[in-house]
Design a protein around this ligand. Structure first.
Ligand SMILES: [Zn+2]
Length: 266
């Protein structure tokens, strides 16, 4: 590789595992499975087999963890909703939050600085988590996707006091090792980094996705790493694009950040 382009940035890499998760926007109704977004089918390309799914709801999970954590520490931040009341005038926002983006630009809160809103871009880019079924992936070459156990749970709803099924539907779930990457589009302050790291550490308390009260969405965090990444791309003599990443772990910076949030007002 003689000529290449490169970019230096930081990212957070989270290694985790889940015994069972069903992410998405609540239970699937009417037999549709909407908790994993089907991206395509790679059957027969020789590298990996089967369907590729996008795991939805990772950003929302961290968003809600930020809310829960800030509330616990008594720090007011944006709610995920930008609506403050219903048409009838009933308050929609719990105490301790303001409507999403309302703080910007005069008194921008720490969550808005990280996550943004319709008025300002986020500093965080959540890389898509794409999974394939490990059952179809045995002996295949490693790729950017994660091989996990994926299956559909069929469920029935029975009529009142009968054994007749009145509805049956499937919920797709996944299980196994999970890697989540969050790219930092701008440099974070120590305080912002600390808040983000603590929100990630708090997130398992909330559970990921649906069916949390029935044992779903339990996530065990195994490692969190702040990395400096230099990614470069060029081509070889045949025009084939060669991409490489050099990474360095920033343990000290993580530790400093952890000490910096929340700022205790004396
Ligand atoms: Zn705010």
């Amino acid at each position: 590789m003689t000529e290449k382009v490169s970019r230096k940035f930081k990212r957070i890499v989270i290694s985790a595992q889940t015994p069972i998760s069903k992410t998405g926007n609540g239970p699937a109704v009417g037999g549709k499975v909407n908790n994993l977004l089907l991206l395509g089918n790679n059957s027969g390309n020789g590298k990996e087999n089967g369907k590729r799914y996008l795991v939805k709801g990772i950003r929302g999970w961290i968003n809600h963890a930020m809310m829960a954590l800030a509330r616990k520490e008594g720090v007011e931040i944006c709610h995920t909703s930008d609506k403050t009341e219903t048409q009838k005038g009933e308050n929609l926002l719990p105490e301790g939050f303001h409507a999403n983006g309302k703080c910007y630009p005069e008194k921008e809160c720490i969550k808005h600085r990280l996550m943004g809103s319709i008025t300002k871009q986020s500093k965080l880019k959540f890389e898509p988590v794409i999974i394939v079924s490990e059952a179809n992936n045995k002996g295949k070459k490693e790729t950017d996707t994660l091989a996990m156990h994926i299956a559909t749970e069929r469920r029935n709803v029975l009529g009142h006091k009968t054994k007749f099924g009145i509805q049956d539907f499937g919920e797709r779930y996944f299980s196994g090792e999970l890697t989540i990457k969050i790219e930092l589009l701008e440099e974070l302050t120590r305080e912002e980094l600390g808040f983000l790291l603590k929100a990630i550490l708090y997130a398992p308390e909330l559970g990921l996705g649906a069916s949390v009260n029935n044992g779903g969405g339990r996530v065990q965090l195994k490692q969190i790493t702040l990395q400096e990444v230099v990614r470069s791309r060029g081509f070889d003599k045949n025009g084939k694009v060669v991409e490489e990443e050099k990474t360095r772990n920033l343990w000290k910076e993580m530790k400093e950040g952890m000490k910096t949030w929340p700022i205790v007002n004396a």
